[in-house]
Design a protein around this ligand. Structure first.
Ligand SMILES: Cc1ncc(COP(=O)(O)O)c(C=O)c1O
Length: 458
């Protein structure tokens, strides 16, 4: 009976790697894995994590999670809800992306730039003083704030600008909220000598003035958007409108895992480097995988970039996305996954804040990068599948967390990232000292200094 169970487990797992050319090696690993599973010994042990690490580098031992489908659906979310004038643009982009994905030259150029221009791999830093002050889990920070331009946004902007160049586009447009994606896009356009226009809501222009100046210095034109809430949603709508009107010469570099297919997939793939690096770094430093991984969620690109690599782990690592609860969930907030309803925003089926009549409601967060009434469709699907849980942090809690991190570790993080830091600060004391939490520190706080000075009366 025992042998039968083992055989069964092996066959089940072997079926995942049938198409593999290295399947014999993997097969032996899986025999080992299956034995441990059946004997109930497969705890969160070093051995188990080492096995995951070994198999993770093998493309065919992939997670059973595979989304989106060919039409860009993440379950019932995602897709392409677009006017006819955009159909060709989206199809051309998808075709070029698939070609690039299969082109080793594309990857070698991107990887070289990620290393020498962006500064990857970014460090994984053990926040020892913060952890010991909290008296619980060990907190590690994935330092995306140390990327060139100060946030994770450059990973994606660089990947997309290479696609623009392959497609022979000379004019690049982008939307931005916190200004980080705008700065990243202006930067790569300067690097590749491309004409760059960034749409930005008037409210965001006011609260992210340093980034507006940076974009201008980099040669970009910043177009103020005065419609709606004058924030990221309206800037995105304006950028899509521009793309519709100028389909031939324009490449739209979208800044998060939002919008119509293929954008959520493309942006996720370009940001997945965050999780891939984190996996090998935490194993090298702590000898095992973390217990909890957390990241803030605006559109959701830094979070999915971190989580994607870990969706394959079984038993699962706890993945926690942190939305902006703004003034509190009873007041104005931006918690679309927590309180939103299903609907279409910017070309995708997703969860968004809307009123009884289906009108999009204004979001609010102290951090411009989280101030968006929708969210990437993949997050809706991950929530539905129970693979990621989502919680929220208020403006006040984020500010307090930012202050704590600055005082204990000498790191001033972005207000967006402070939402995830707050989650780690509240979670760590409830865990043992041997436990590990990884926080994706998505950006640095320079851009937020004006808000921080005002809110903390410095
Ligand atoms: C530093 C930082 N973190 C997080 C975000 C939120 O975006 P996303 O959810 O796509 O990572 C932004 C957006 O501008 C940002 O600037």
């Amino acid at each position: 009976m025992f042998l039968l169970i083992i055989l069964n487990a092996i066959l089940l797992r072997y079926s995942i790697v049938m198409a593999s050319d290295k399947s014999l090696n993997i097969f032996f690993l899986l025999v080992y894995d299956a034995c441990f599973s059946v004997k109930g010994l497969r705890q969160k042990s070093h051995n188990h994590n080492f096995l995951n690490y070994l198999t993770s580098s093998h493309p065919m031992v992939a997670t059973l999670y595979s989304a989106p489908d060919k039409a860009g659906h993440f379950g019932s979310f995602g897709g392409k809800f677009i006017p006819e004038t955009l159909v060709k643009n989206a199809a051309d982009l998808e075709l070029e992306y698939i070609k690039a994905k299969n082109d080793p030259l594309f990857h070698s150029e991107l990887n070289l730039l990620l290393r020498d221009y962006v500064g990857r791999p970014t460090p994984l830093y053990h926040a020892g003083r913060l952890s010991s002050n909290l008296g619980g889990a060990q907190i590690y920070l994935k330092r995306e704030d140390l990327c060139h331009t100060g946030a994770h946004k450059i990973n994606n902007a660089l990947g997309q600008v290479l696609l623009a160049r392959r497609m022979g586009k000379k004019r690049v447009i982008a939307e931005t909220g916190a200004g980080q994606h705008g700065v990243a896009t202006a930067t790569v356009c300067a690097l590749f000598d491309l004409n760059c226009i960034v749409y930005m809501g008037e409210e965001d222009i006011r609260r992210q003035a340093p980034n507006v100046a940076r974009m201008k210095l980099l040669g970009a034109e910043v177009r103020a958007v005065s419609s709606g809430s004058k924030t990221l949603k309206d800037a995105t709508s304006e950028a899509i409108r521009d793309w519709m009107n100028n389909p031939e010469e324009t490449f739209y570099i979208i800044g998060s895992v939002v919008g119509m297919h293929p954008y959520p997939m493309i942006v996720r793939d370009f940001q997945a480097v965050i999780g891939q690096e984190t996996r090998s770094q935490i194993i090298a430093q702590a000898g095992r995988l973390p217990d909890v991984i957390t990241a803030c969620v605006g559109g959701g690109s830094n979070a999915v970039g971190m989580f994607y690599e870990f969706l394959k782990d079984a038993p699962p690592i706890e993945l926690v996305g942190v939305e902006a609860a703004g003034e509190g969930l009873q007041g104005r907030h931006a918690a679309s996954l927590t309180l939103g309803k299903t609907g279409v925003l910017h070309g995708a089926m997703t969860k968004l804040l809307q009123n009884e009549d289906g009108q999009v409601e204004e979001a609010h967060s102290i951090s411009a990068g989280l101030d968006y009434p929708g969210v990437g469709p993949e997050h809706c699907y991950l929530q539905e599948l129970g693979l990621v849980t989502y919680t929220s942090t208020t403006d006040r809690e984020a500010l307090t967390a930012l202050k704590t991190l600055a005082a204990t570790e000498g790191i001033i993080c972005a207000l967006e990232s402070a939402h995830a830091i707050h989650y780690a600060i509240t979670r760590a004391p409830k865990m043992t000292k041997e436990s590990i939490i990884v926080v994706n520190l998505s950006g640095r706080g320079d851009k937020d200094m004006e808000t921080i000075i005002r809110e903390l009366s410095l």
